[in-house]
Every structure is written in C-alpha cells, then in structure tokens.
Design a protein around this ligand. Structure first.
Ligand SMILES: Cc1ncc(C[n+]2csc(CCOP(=O)(O)OP(=O)(O)O)c2C)c(N)n1
Length: 346
C-alpha cells in the first residue's frame, strides 16, 4: 500500500502543501501547546497530582493535523491518549486535567463542544462514533464523526462491528487509527497478520489510506479528504497514521522492558514538531524568539488550566454517579448507597 507523505523528515516539501505558511504556523503553535500540556501531565503524575497519565509525545501531527480538518460542530470520540485532538476540537485543558485527577466533572465539557469524554475501554467507543454519525445522517444535519483509536484496538470485536456497520450504512464516520507501533508492550507485528491496518478497510467496503502520521501536511490532507467524502454522503474512511509514542504507554509503564534501546532515538529523528519547524525555517516563517514566545504562552495557558482544576472544591464520593446520565440509573444509585455506607456516610 502506498504511504502518503508530503513533508519529508528534513522538512522538504514532497508534494503540494495543503495550506499556507500562516495556517502552518497556527498548527505548529497548537502542536507546541499540546506538547507543553503533555509534559505537564507526566510531571503532575510524578508529583502525585494526577492518577496515571498516558503521554502522546510523538503523535502531535496525527492528532492536530486530523482535528484541524473538522468543522467545529463535528463529533469527536477519542481515547485516553488523544488530549491534543480533543483540545483542538474545543475540550478544555482544565476538563482534561480534571479527568486525569479522577474528577467526574472532567467528563462534562462546555455546551457546544461535541467531544465525548475519553474512552478508557479499548475499542468500545468506535461504535459510539458510528451511532452519532448515523444519527446525523438520518437528521441530515451535515455533521460527521471522527473516532481515534490505536493499533491494539483493531483486535477488538468492536472495531469489526463499527467498521461493518459504517460500511453497510455508509455513515459519515472517519476512523483514525494512530498506529504508534505498540499496544502497551505488544508490537503491532503481533497484533495483526495484515501488512497494514489501512487495508482492512477493503473488507468493509470503504477506502483505506496509509499516511505518515508524523507528517502534519499528509495527515491533514488525508483527513480533509475523508471528512469531505463523509459530508458529501459518500460514507466512511479508515486512515492509518503511522507514528510512534516516544514515551511510555502510561506513567505506570517501563518501555525499556520491551522496546529496543535505539528505537525511540530513531523515531525522534522523525519528530513531527521538528519537521514542521524545518519547513517553516525554509519558508522564512520561523524565528527562535517567536517559538520561545509561543512556548511561554503555552506554559501560561496550561498552568492556568491546572490552577483552575486544582482550585475546585474537592469532589465528593456521593457525586460519583452524577456525570453519566441526566438521571442516575437504579444500579448506579444502589452503588452509591453501598459506597456511602462503606464510607460511613448516609
Ligand atoms: C477492553 C479493554 N481491554 C484492555 C484494556 C487495557 N489496556 C489499556 S490500553 C491498552 C493497549 C491499547 O493499545 P492501542 O489500542 O494500540 O492504543 P495506545 O495505548 O497505543 O494508544 C490495553 C490493552 C482496556 N483498557 N480495555
């Protein structure tokens, strides 16, 4: 299968840039901001201020490039590793941090942000994206849904069900697989016997696209095409973005136990942010003071979100059932009673 690549690792342009220098600078800023948040997440977990944290360093182009192709009212259904994409679509850093603090309020983004809370259950959420986009198709409201998942999720039955339903009903769904090479410690070569994940699309009657996931331009171009197809009533697309998580699976993982020592170093040479910086330098669209200013602003933005999240009243155990449904269900209410009894509260 051909690999779509527009920007070479050294920043050379191999095809047509999908947008101009101003938009490239805007998305470069977004990638820097996302990486700033990501580093803060890892640091906060080490300080005991977050539960486990799943870093996405190395996957910024896959997430920012694809989210940039959406309309603000499109649906997004993503995972624990997709904070950059979710933030691009309007999910506040503060809510993302609250979620990692174990606070249910992190699962309720502001009204008008149609991004579901991150799925921790691997694969299950792809079905929600298909359902949401099917509803949009029936209503004719012109919205599409994008769903993010990893290579490991493609081994779940849910992946088959979601892809099959989307193919048959031609739902306006974009399946964005970030193949970051590992599902925790399992390499993708043990995940599937298929040479690529993108070609699995054939079995469901939809196009499959293999793209360099560390190439902002290629990810954007492929996503844009898939979004336009979906909005035009031409059905779903599967995109496989080849990428790499340079850090651990989560802060509870030690990747040195299962990855060759020199592997992260090799992928660092294909870093998505370095690539766009090199391109901008060639276009006369980059200066060190500008990047320093962007990083300083990103740091202030993330620190403000952290301060706001940590300033909230401590979340009470009795509130545990209030985030999921407008009216808590009977089983949830029973669980709350049991929890409060355990805690000696009524
Ligand atoms: C249904 C289910 N099974 C197992 C797990 C435990 N688990 C959490 S992340 C993960 C690996 C997922 O890998 P992948 O889909 O490639 O995404 P990545 O973490 O690499 O982004 C597993 C097995 C889970 N959360 N949900």
């Amino acid at each position: 299968m051909d690999l779509l690549r527009i920007l070479a690792p050294d920043g050379a342009l191999l095809g047509d840039a999908p947008f101009g220098v101003d938009e490239t600078r805007r998305l470069f800023e977004a990638m820097l901001t996302a990486r700033t948040y990501d580093h803060k997440g890892t640091a906060m977990q080490k300080q005991g201020r977050l539960a486990t944290y799943a870093p996405f360093e190395g996957q910024e182009a896959a997430q920012i490039g694809s989210a940039a192709a959406l309309r603000p009212d499109d649906w997004m259904v993503a995972t624990y590793r997709d904070a950059a994409a979710m933030w691009m679509q309007g999910y506040p850093w503060e809510s993302l941090i609250l979620g990692r603090m174990g606070d249910e309020r992190g699962g309720s983004p502001p009204a008008g942000v149609d991004v579901l809370p991150p799925s921790i259950t691997v694969g299950a959420h792809m079905l929600h994206a298909v359902g949401l986009s099917w509803a949009s198709l029936i209503k004719g409201d012109g919205r599409i849904a994008i769903t993010y998942f990893g290579d490991g999720a493609t081994s779940e039955g849910d992946f088959h069900e979601a892809m099959n339903f989307a193919g048959v009903f031609r739902t306006p769904t974009v399946f964005l697989c970030q193949n970051n090479q590992y599902a925790i410690s399992m390499h993708v070569s043990r995940q599937t016997a298929s040479p690529t994940i993108a070609q699995k699309a054939d079995g469901y009657g939809m196009p499959g696209v293999l793209v360099d996931g560390n190439d902002l331009f290629a990810v954007y171009a492929a996503s844009r095409r898939a979004v336009e197809r979906a909005r035009a009533g031409e059905g779903p697309t599967l995109i496989e973005a080849l990428t790499y998580r340079t850090g651990p699976h989560t802060t509870a993982d030690d990747p040195r136990r299962y990855r060759p020592d020199d592997e992260p170093q090799q992928w660092l040479r294909r870093d998505p942010i370095d690539r766009v910086r090199a391109y901008l330098q060639g276009q006369g669209g980059w200066a060190q003071e500008w990047e320093d200013g962007v990083l300083a602003a990103a740091s202030r933005e993330v620190e403000a979100a952290v301060a706001a999240a940590e300033a909230l009243d401590v979340w009470e155990p009795r509130e545990i059932v209030e985030g999921m449904y407008a009216e808590p269900t009977a089983p949830l209410l029973r669980q709350r009673s049991a929890l409060l009894a355990d805690l000696g509260e009524s």
